[in-house]
Write a protein that binds this ligand. Sequence first.
Ligand SMILES: C[S@@+](CC[C@H](N)C(=O)[O-])C[C@H]1O[C@@H](n2cnc3c(N)ncnc32)[C@H](O)[C@@H]1O
Length: 320
Amino acid sequence: MLDFVSPENYQPLTPAADGSALVGADGARYPIHDGIPDFVPATGGEQPLHGNQDFYRTRAHEYDLGNSVMFRMLLAEEEPVREDIVASLKLLPGARVLEIGCGTCRDTVHLLRRDTTVYAGDLSYEMLAIGKQRLEDVRADFSRVRLFRGDAMRLPFPDGFFDAAFHFGGLNLFPDIAGALKEMARVVKPGGRVVAGDESVGPWLAETEFAKILKNSNPLFAHVAPLDRIPVNARDVSCRWVLNGSFYLISFEVGAGEPQLDLDVEFPGWRGGSHRTRYFGRLEGVSPQLRETIVRQAAAEGLSIVAWLEKTLRKATETD
Ligand SMILES: C[S@@+](CC[C@H](N)C(=O)[O-])C[C@H]1O[C@@H](n2cnc3c(N)ncnc32)[C@H](O)[C@@H]1O
């Protein structure tokens, strides 16, 4: 339990003397119910935290049946599909993995088949309770799995705590998809992988009856894979579609910051210059006639536009 931190300020937490909560030095208190620490603030009977929270709270007992129906109607076998999805994490032996939105732990059992330690969290306590029972039924080694109630956009872990982070099935309805992917990347070490997927019929199938029938029964299939919500520090990004093209699976490695460029590589050809001169050295425009004159003059002197402009402007400003 000592590995969880406050999702507010990432300060360490310790178990209360009576084991009823994890507490921070600042007085923050996260209750533990049936061994599951709860990092989701109580709403005090007001609006639920997220729009779909109620669904998974009140219908948790129906989830497993609906899940089986979904795999059957997609003519897919659940076990090999989930095994293939989890394989996208490229886990090495001994990996520490986050699964957020684990629901009733249908993928957690696949993660635990590998040499891993798994932190499986969900917004819905009711889904987690069913998941816990599943793990007990398959005699999971509870020293290798920790369940928690948490929000994908507010994870109770320090930066770089995990080797990989995984989510499947709820991303489209997260209120802040970019925030959730960024948060998953935050808690993964540089070089580790994030994998996340949800319903979305592949764009190449948009006009098929397959797509129209799926979207007619479940509008979630009309969602678009959120490639524009992937964080800028993602590297080696891929998106593939599983379950006959009905679910996207985004996968990326965690890097640092934006990709880098060598700004000073000189480009050959008539325009010349480098990224640095072209981007950071841009000047106001000149008349189209003068531009044509400069292009002709530079060519006559065997110079690129940038080289000619630099030479001429340096001379005009009498600097080196
Ligand atoms: C369709 S279920 C998928 C469950 C499981 N991953 C699976 O594949 O069977 C989506 C799950 O995401 C959870 N969820 C929704 N919003 C969440 C959030 N903001 N943070 C964590 N979990 C969330 C729901 O409670 C639900 O259990």
